[in-house]
Design a protein around this ligand. Structure first.
Ligand code: 5GP
Ligand code: ZN
Length: 140
C-alpha cells in the first residue's frame, strides 16, 4: 500500500503524536481534532475498513480502545467518549485504512451530529423486512 497515508504513519515515514502501540495496532492523535484528545486507533496491517479487517486485528483495536478510553478518563476527565468508525465513501470515510475514532467529550462541546439525530418511531413493517433481509445475508 504505497500511497496509504496511515501505512506511512505505521512505517514512521510520516510523524504522528503516538499515544499507544502494540503488535497489532497503533493509536495517535487526529491531526484535525474535533476535540483535544481526539485519537485514532489503526491496525498496523493495511485493511480498508470493517468489511475487510481480519478478526484478530479488530479484537486488538477494541482491546486498545478500552485501554485508551480508561486513560482518557483519568488524564482528561471527560463527561464521555464517543467511539466512531466509518465504512465507505457514502459514510464519509476519507482515509481508506481502517481507523476507530475516540473523541473525548466535555460539557459545552459542540454536538456531534451523528449522536443527536431526532428519535422518530419508524415503520415497523419496513424495519422487520429489512432485519430479515440482513439476517438472511449473514455468513457465519
Ligand atoms: P474518516 O472521515 O476517514 O473517518 O477520518 C479520517 C481522519 O483522519 C480525519 O479525522 C483526519 O483528520 C485524519 N487524518 C487524515 N490525514 C491524517 C494524517 O496525516 N495524520 C493524522 N494524525 N490524522 C490524519
Ligand atoms: Zn494503509
Amino acid at each position: 500500500m504505497e500511497e496509504c497515508i496511515f501505512c506511512k504513519i505505521v512505517k514512521g515515514e510520516i510523524p504522528c503524536y503516538k499515544v499507544y502501540e502494540d503488535d497489532h495496532v497503533l493509536a495517535f492523535e487526529d491531526i484535525n481534532p474535533i476535540a483535544l484528545g481526539h485519537t485514532l486507533i489503526i491496525p498496523k496491517r493495511h485493511a480498508e475498513n470493517l468489511y475487510e479487517i481480519p478478526d484478530e486485528d479488530l479484537v486488538a483495536i477494541h482491546l486498545a480502545a478500552k485501554k485508551i478510553i480508561r486513560a482518557m478518563r483519568e488524564a482528561l476527565e471527560p463527561t464521555g467518549v464517543a467511539c466512531l468508525q466509518l465504512n465507505g465513501k457514502g459514510a464519509n470515510q476519507v482515509v481508506m485504512h481502517y481507523h476507530f475514532h475516540l473523541v473525548p467529550r466535555h460539557a459545552g462541546d459542540p454536538e456531534l451530529p451523528i449522536t443527536t439525530w431526532e428519535l422518530k418511531p419508524g415503520d415497523k413493517d419496513a424495519i422487520e423486512e429489512t432485519a430479515k433481509k440482513i439476517a438472511a445475508a449473514i455468513k457465519s
